[in-house]
Design a protein around this ligand. Sequence first.
Ligand SMILES: Cc1cc2nc3c(=O)[nH]c(=O)nc-3n(C[C@H](O)[C@H](O)[C@H](O)COP(=O)(O)OP(=O)(O)OC[C@H]3O[C@@H](n4cnc5c(N)ncnc54)[C@H](O)[C@@H]3O)c2cc1C
Length: 313
Amino acid sequence: MPFSAEYDVVVVGGGHAGIEAAHAAYRLGVKTALLTMSIEAIGRMSCNPAVGGVAKGQIVRDIDALGGLMGKLTDKAGIQFRMLNKSKGPAVWGPRAQCDMDFYSKCARETLESFSGLDLLEGELASFSPFLQKTEILLADGRKFLTKALIITSGTFLASKMYTGLLESVGGRVGEPSADALSKTLSGLKVPLRRLKTGTPSRIDPDTVDFSECEVQHGDIDPWPFSDSTTHALNNDAVCTLMDANGTVLKRKFINFNSEKDRLHHTLNKIKKAQKQHHSVKNLWRYAVNCNEQHSIKDYQQWWNLSADSRRH
Ligand SMILES: Cc1cc2nc3c(=O)[nH]c(=O)nc-3n(C[C@H](O)[C@H](O)[C@H](O)COP(=O)(O)OP(=O)(O)OC[C@H]3O[C@@H](n4cnc5c(N)ncnc54)[C@H](O)[C@@H]3O)c2cc1C
């Protein structure tokens, strides 16, 4: 089959990393394509709607200083902006925004589509190999492209598994496939693949929560934009609801959840076995697994501190 096109740079993956890589290549003026499994899913936030936070907000501002897109997209799609760690010195402040997830993705896609000359290709990279001092890339549907440089930003999609309570399934994200062919190609090239465990916050049915017991958190009165080039007013009206995992609001639910504790431990052990390196995200689900009626948040903190060493290595 002949090559469909030839590029200077092909970026694989339409997540945060791929968006920035494709934009950077485009700004260099070279012929660039962004290849991703679903154009609809460009800029899709995997998990929670927050951008930034302590030790992460600075990175978004750094990306902005380098001319990147994430800060600008966040300023467009943000619905609540807060500067975290304000009680400490400015060096450790952490800007954070809660975003409208669907709108963030829409803004990302429309921004990339507005760059004439940047091609957005929908498809799955299956394999790649050298071809006359360039790289031939083969898509799962049989299309072939040539490129001088190939950048792979496949996020959480390589040989990925998902655990939802007691269920185990294959997928890069809910409703999206795992990049198995690319995983095999990389393994075949002796690129070591390791597991990263990530976790999503528990989804709680709002009808089961007594919001009168929760603390309401508003955005800052004078919100900071993430991008220095933002001139429009920020949408900062959304409120967050904070829940104390040790408080009555969630405890009642966890007590019921506890009857499943043994079976959930089984799933957790499977995850532990699957990951060579350790935990990255602590979340309520783990808390639910590890708490019972007698345990307090203090016990949980002790458990968390005790296992901190193993997580660091
Ligand atoms: C459930 C869950 C919870 C998470 N929670 C957090 C969190 O709280 N905080 C945090 O910072 N991070 C979290 N993450 C990690 C999150 O994935 C990253 O922060 C961020 O999305 C990584 O961006 P990325 O661009 O590297 O990859 P991703 O956003 O994962 O994007 C990868 C892209 O590559 C595409 N792709 C993959 N393989 C191929 C292929 N072979 N061919 C074509 N396209 C391909 C995918 O379709 C996708 O568009 C979580 C992830 C998951 C799944």
